[in-house]
Design a protein around this ligand. Structure first.
Ligand code: NAD
Length: 505
């Protein structure tokens, strides 16, 4: 950090060092629990964007020549350092994002899983070989890195979402320019320093702080070969379209509205616990949060009663305080106003507000961006409060008559990120996994984020592009294949002059 005023300025990471910005453009960074501005983040100008990309290109040229063994040892060092020092990173996340410390540790653990997957990259980037495809001719394929790749991440997982991409991209031989969210930019810098300590050559991991200008720079610069984006659906669509028009490979993960379908045979105490965990954890600022409970009658009244009771017992406060609360604040005052507005819309559209978090204040944190856990019953499915993503601690209950009505509702939504079914009926669960138009399914699991060796991504408006994040698909995304047809000249098999199209014999 640098800064001439009382407020420090968070800069970029270029060429293996912090780079103070000279753009003169900044955005405020708050502590959401106190509501106080604690820093400002640089917003790159065109000269800084160009500098970052040029440095990444130099980094790529060096890194792509490193042997597998050398790359592997640096990845292992990064993993060891991260594991040993993740507490520091969690504190940074809590201070800028607001989620409670144990939840910040949870997001790091899920990111670390991808680092661990990436240490095995030699197996996942292997090519294939066929001997004697035609007489005396061998054919083989190589998987090579793309070059400089861009990663653009959202505020809600400042460590995990970048780690969905950069360990795989770097392991495969690429260099990465990460554009973090301007709302919580420090986690990216901390990870950059860790890479340096792990021995990564300068320029292979770059952090470019900024806003739309930095994003557009990555989307349009011909040096940047691919874009991995995570954020809201309108921006994901824009990213997909713009980067594609500029000839790049794109994976753009968007927003969500995840439903939990509860069949009458489910254990309602377990369901109530899980609805609370998945609805209010991280104050609902998770793309895999549950935001709608579809209760197959006659269970809705009993389930609402159980969820309401549990809401009354939740501890909410500054995520860095002791003893640790269970839920922290929202990211900004603007976002809190947006969440509140959706509760107003639901009410105006005839829904019943069972627990109202609109006027909530956390004792001792009166200026923080807190919003109380909110439970809404009978939300009309025509209401914008139902059809749009709220991204806050708001659980909406919709009462349905049957499993089929529930499935139809889920499948008619614009998003297809995650969903869950709660039941003891294996046949119903099996039908659900087959019939539902959603990318990630939980069977009695409310937040079904796939482990690192599967891949993460939704369907419909939750993912633009052909490739999910991490897992085998991640390695496919960050490599391109080259096929080699080879013959070592041997007079015995040399066919002489033949102007025909090559055929195999
Ligand atoms: P966002 O779309 O506002 O911002 C994401 C990134 O895009 C940030 O780096 C931001 O600086 C940049 N950006 C914002 N506006 C831009 C513009 N007009 N042009 C170019 N770039 C722009 O998202 P957010 O508020 O940071 O994150 C929350 C959203 O992310 C939610 O919709 C959530 O569902 C989604 N999300 C999705 C997943 C997933 O895996 N599908 C995971 C996490 C978050």
């Amino acid at each position: 950090m640098t800064g001439t005023t009382d407020i420090p300025t968070i800069g970029h990471w270029i060429d293996g060092a912090v780079r103070a910005s000279e753009s003169g453009r900044t955005a405020p960074v708050y502590n959401p629990a106190t509501g106080a501005q604690q820093a400002q983040v640089a917003l790159a100008d065109q000269a800084e964007i160009d500098e970052a990309i040029a440095s990444a290109q130099r980094g790529y040229e060096e890194w792509s020549r490193y042997s597998i063994a050398k790359r592997q040892s640096i990845l292992f060092s990064f993993r060891e350092l991260l594991n040993a020092r993740k507490g520091e990173l969690a504190e940074i996340i809590t201070r800028e994002h607001g989620k409670v410390l144990s939840d910040a540790m949870g997001e790091i653990a899920r990111g670390q899983e991808v680092v661990e997957l990436a240490t095995g990259f030699a197996h996942l980037t292997k090519g294939a070989f066929n001997e004697n495809a035609s007489t005396g001719i061998d054919v083989y394929s190589l998987k090579q890195p793309l070059g400089v790749v861009g990663v653009i991440s959202p505020f809600n997982f400042p460590a995990m979402v970048p780690m969905w991409f950069f360990p795989v991209a770097i392991a495969a031989g690429n260099s990465v320019v990460l554009k973090p969210s301007e709302k919580d930019p420090s986690a990216a810098l901390w990870m950059a320093e860790l890479w340096k300590e792990a021995g990564l050559p300068d320029g292979v991991f770059t952090v470019l702080q900024g806003d739309k200008l930095a994003v557009d720079g990555l989307l349009t610069d011909p040096v940047v070969q691919s874009i991995s984006f995570v954020g809201s659906t309108p921006i994901a669509k824009y990213i997909y379209e713009t980067a594609s028009q500029h000839g790049k490979r794109v994976q753009a993960l968007g927003g969500a509205k995840n439903h939990m379908l509860v069949l009458p045979d489910a254990d309602l105490d377990i369901v109530a616990d899980q609805a609370i965990n998945a609805g209010y954890g991280a104050a609902g600022e998770r793309c895999m949060a549950i935001s709608v409970v579809l209760a197959v009658e006659p269970i809705a009244d009993e389930l609402i009663e159980k969820i309401s009771q549990r809401i009354g017992e939740l501890r909410i406060g500054d995520g860095a305080s002791h003893p640790e609360p269970q839920m922290g604040p929202l990211i900004t005052a603007e976002h809190r106003a947006k969440v509140s507005g959706y509760v107003d819309i639901a009410e105006a559209d005839g829904a019943k507000i069972v627990v109202d978090g609109r006027d909530f204040t956390a004792p001792g944190c009166e200026d923080g961006f807190f919003f109380g856990p909110t439970l809404i019953d009978d939300v009309p499915t025509s209401s914008r409060a139902y059809t749009e993503e709220i991204f806050g601690p708001v659980l909406e209950v919709v009462r349905v008559k049957s499993y089929d009505e529930g499935v139809e509702l889920i499948n008619s939504g614009q998003f297809g990120n995650g969903t869950a079914i709660f039941t003891n009926d294996g046949g119903a669960a099996r039908r659900f996994q087959n019939e539902i138009q959603v990318g990630m399914i939980g069977i009695n699991v409310p937040i079904p984020v796939p482990v690192a060796y599967h891949s993460f991504g939704g369907w419909k408006q939750s993912l633009f592009g052909d490739s999910k994040a991490y897992g085998v698909q991640g390695f496919e995304f960050f490599t391109r294949e080259k096929a080699v047809t080879s013959r070592w000249l041997d007079p015995a098999t040399h066919g002489g002059i033949n102007l025909g199209f090559p055929q195999n014999d």
